[in-house]
Design a protein around this ligand. Structure first.
Ligand SMILES: Nc1nc(=O)c2c([nH]1)NC[C@@H]1CN(c3ccc(C(=O)N[C@@H](CCC(=O)O)C(=O)O)cc3)C=[N+]21
Length: 294
């Protein structure tokens, strides 16, 4: 029987630890504050951002919310970013992705003060991750990849020496996860599998651990998975529940593939809550660094 990598319970444990660090900061006169920038009215994005603010409230982090219209110009949005960079109450913030098509996303991400980058997606912080393979890093890490690593380790499992197939090469998951997996403290051997990969089946079957981050429902099939593999399900899709006819969330990995695993992360309830917990880690750590500099 496969065992569950319980993201909800693990995130709750991390939040408890963080609440203490938030208290310790308050004793020093520093209140951690998360800013969110949300453009347009995509319901899924609204729901994610809402979740982030609830998480903050739970552990004593203040929050600053900027909900902006879909037709905002590049220049206006850059002004909002500048505003958060200068706001001392905001110790870290995120710009919810995706942004509307008329916005140059990379230029926006570059405007974020790297010291306030709660997502760990600023080019400077991604660059620090590339440059540092060994020692402690004093910069934020990308939340979903970091959540994937932490979820496995907090269940007493190790990445060390493992062959890992990462399905997907997107900027928020696949590509940065490859970098995290090769850090010395993790020491896994990743293969990034993507739409240009010839032998997808071979790469998946060879893997001790599969991380699926493509956003296609039940994309990973039983015959692509080695017996006893560890499966991490990152992608989300909304599909119709055949029993109720209602839309429900589902992951990238088929139920038959999960049956063959030794451990798997459910979706929902796996990597999603861990992503949110790692965002809180980044906010607390940026605030701690700011407090240390005072
Ligand atoms: N700048 C930026 N940073 C992000 O971190 C970011 C983003 N943009 N754009 C979209 C993706 C997606 N994402 C999720 C976070 C939590 C859950 C999560 O907690 N999901 C719950 C289910 C939530 C539900 O029921 O809707 C679960 O898996 O159990 C899901 C998805 C963060 N993202």
């Amino acid at each position: 029987m496969p065992q569950i990598l319980d993201g909800k319970a693990t995130a709750a444990e991390i939040k408890k630890e963080l609440a203490e660090r938030v208290e310790a900061l308050k004793a020093k006169g520093v209140t951690a504050g998360l800013g969110t920038v949300l453009v347009g009215d995509d319901p899924a994005s609204h729901s994610y951002v809402g979740g982030k603010h609830r998480d903050c409230a739970e552990i004593g982090i203040a929050s600053i919310r900027k909900d902006l219209p879909e037709d905002i110009t590049q220049e206006e949005l850059e002004k909002e970013i500048e505003d958060l960079n200068n706001n001392p109450e905001c110790t870290g913030y995120i710009v919810q992705l995706p942004l509307p098509k008329h916005i140059d996303t990379n230029r926006i991400l570059e405007k974020i003060d790297p010291d306030k980058d709660a997502d760990g997606l600023h080019p400077t912080n991604l660059g620090r991750l590339v440059l540092n393979v060994g020692d402690e890093l004093d910069s934020p890490l990308p939340c979903t990849p970091n959540g994937v690593i932490e979820l496995v380790e907090r269940h007493g499992l190790s990445w060390k020496g493992k062959k890992v197939a990462v399905l997907g090469r997107g900027i928020t998951v696949g590509r940065p996860l490859g970098l995290l997996l090769t850090r010395k403290g993790v020491n896994a051997t990743p293969t990034l599998v993507h739409t240009g990969t010839e032998d997808v089946d071979g790469a998946l079957r060879d893997a001790d651990i599969i991380v699926a981050a493509v956003g296609q429902p039940h994309n990973v099939k039983a015959d692509q998975v080695k017996d006893g593999a560890i499966l991490l399900d990152v992608g989300v899709s909304r599909i119709e529940d055949p029993e109720t006819g209602k839309k429900k969330l589902t992951g990238d990995i088929s139920p038959e593939a999960i049956e063959k695993s030794s451990w798997y992360s459910p979706n929902p309830g796996g990597v999603g809550p861990m992503t949110r917990a790692m965002l809180l880690v980044n906010v607390v750590e940026t605030a701690e660094r700011m407090a240390a500099e005072q």
